[in-house]
Design a protein around this ligand. Structure first.
Ligand code: HEC
Ligand code: HEC
Ligand code: HEC
Ligand code: HEC
Ligand code: HEC
Ligand code: HEC
Ligand code: HEC
Length: 230
């Protein structure tokens, strides 16, 4: 999880901290509901930061305020995840894995999936799982359905099979092989047969992944087969 000891906000040369109240003078739309945000609830131990909630991510704001919002006087994390990595340094590693969302290349931002300014930082979290899935399916429309034959694994959310930050496995899967599916589908009987769907799957599993050609290719849902095939 998060390294709680690191609470060093980003730096801006020559600038000092002014506090959230200052920001709300001009950014009432953002500041007005900031007290509901995950990050507003964090007590920053560092005396330099104090209660300067906004500046924990945006950097010290004195030059920005003095210039009335002049260009290049404040950090906008949308353009770079560095500000998030200061505290969530483990995420830098995840996004550097071979299969990951292109956050490191600036093509995507943490805030495509996370809400920095209001409510829970995990979009849809605390609400319904459908809302969490919506975050993913606003871009990945082909996984959205509706499908005639649903895969009820989808009810558990996309993250039951994918690591949204990155993975060593193809397609950011949490597991590269049959174990991905057997977490939910395995019932190992006394004869050590792998029963998935009440059928001995030992021979099938030797042929490759469960979602390989000729098997359950339509793993997100199918319009033609109850067994999740194309
Ligand atoms: C005197 C008014 C004023 C104050 C006070 C103020 N801002 Fe701004 N801010 C602006 C203006 C004007 C802009 C540029 C227009 C816009 O995007 O709204 C801006 C833009 C920004 C941006 C976007 C910058 C970018 O490059 O995209 C951020 C982030 C920001 N402000 C954060 C803050 C924070 C944090 C504080 C408190 C430390 C703060 N502002 C205080 C007026 C202000
Ligand atoms: C957890 C980190 C974090 C905190 C704390 C935070 N912000 Fe932001 N802020 C972001 C990110 C990420 C973006 C860019 C993505 C976005 O607009 O959602 C952003 C964007 C902005 C922008 C530009 C918005 C735009 O539409 O271009 C303003 C203005 C801003 N923040 C003001 C504030 C103010 C004021 C506070 C405190 C009340 C604050 N932020 C607290 C992370 C944060
Ligand atoms: C100053 C340090 C700091 C910065 C900067 C920061 N965070 Fe956090 N963040 C935290 C802490 C501390 C927590 C609480 C972790 C916990 O409860 O274990 C947290 C919580 C979160 C959570 C929710 C975790 C959960 O379990 O609900 C998300 C998501 C998150 N941060 C994303 C971001 C993003 C995206 C950015 C950049 C826009 C960012 N953070 C910037 C310190 C920070
Ligand atoms: C593609 C969407 C997506 C992007 C982009 C993304 N996240 Fe996440 N993040 C998630 C989801 C979904 C979860 C919840 C994971 C779960 O429930 O297993 C999460 C969980 C987290 C958590 C809390 C749990 C944990 O793993 O520690 C933190 C902190 C976090 N993200 C930080 C970040 C930061 C920082 C960035 C940008 C550098 C980022 N995320 C970019 C989707 C995303
Ligand atoms: C802002 C848009 C956006 C959001 C939101 C988003 N993604 Fe992606 N995702 C992309 C892009 C762009 C790619 C890479 C393009 C491609 O190869 O199709 C991608 C690729 C993927 C891949 C395939 C990776 C590979 O190696 O081919 C998976 C799996 C994935 N995303 C899952 C998720 C999950 C799960 C979520 C929600 C937690 C999510 N995405 C949220 C844009 C998004
Ligand atoms: C039951 C496990 C499971 C769940 C749940 C799941 N996926 Fe997948 N997903 C897979 C597997 C397995 C693959 C690899 C398929 C392949 O390589 O043919 C995949 C591939 C993908 C790809 C890459 C597609 C491509 O053509 O390369 C995307 C994007 C994706 N999933 C998004 C999502 C989204 C969004 C959700 C949630 C709405 C989700 N997945 C839920 C197992 C799952
Ligand atoms: C998070 C749990 C979960 C995971 C992971 C999961 N499934 Fe499922 N799957 C279900 C549930 C629940 C059903 C509904 C039928 C049931 O109760 O067994 C289902 C049904 C199916 C069905 C339809 C069976 C039938 O007879 O109707 C197939 C085929 C299937 N899954 C294949 C897979 C494959 C392939 C994977 C791995 C890529 C996978 N599942 C991963 C939970 C999961």
């Amino acid at each position: 999880m998060v390294d709680r000891t690191v609470v060093a906000p980003p730096q801006i040369a020559g600038a000092t901290f002014v506090g959230t109240k200052e920001c709300s003078q001009c950014h009432e739309d953002v500041a007005g509901h900031f007290d509901t945000a995950t990050h507003a609830k964090l007590a920053f131990a560092d005396a330099k930061v104090g209660s300067t909630g906004c500046e924990a991510c945006h950097g010290p704001g004195s030059l920005h305020v003095k210039s009335g919002g002049g260009r290049g006087t404040i950090i906008n994390p949308e353009k770079s995840p560095e500000t998030c990595f200061q505290c969530h340094n483990d995420k830098q590693g995840e996004f550097s894995l071979p299969n990951s969302h292109a956050v490191m290349h600036g093509k995507m931002s943490c805030s495509d999936c996370h809400e920095p300014h209001k409510g829970n930082a995990l979009k849809g979290h605390g609400a319904t799982l459908e809302a969490e899935t919506e975050t993913c399916t606003k871009c990945h429309t082909s996984q959205k359905g509706p499908f005639i034959f649903k895969h009820n694994a989808m009810k558990e959310g996309c993250t039951s099979c994918h690591n949204p930050h990155g993975s060593v496995n193809q397609k950011m899967l949490v597991s590269p092989d049959a174990n991905l599916c057997l977490r939910c589908h395995a019932t190992v009987s006394t004869t050590h047969a792998i029963n998935a769907g009440d059928r001995d799957h030992r021979a099938n599993i030797q042929n490759g992944t469960c979602w390989g050609q000729g098997c359950h290719e339509a793993v997100h849902g199918s319009n033609s087969s109850e067994a999740l095939r194309y």
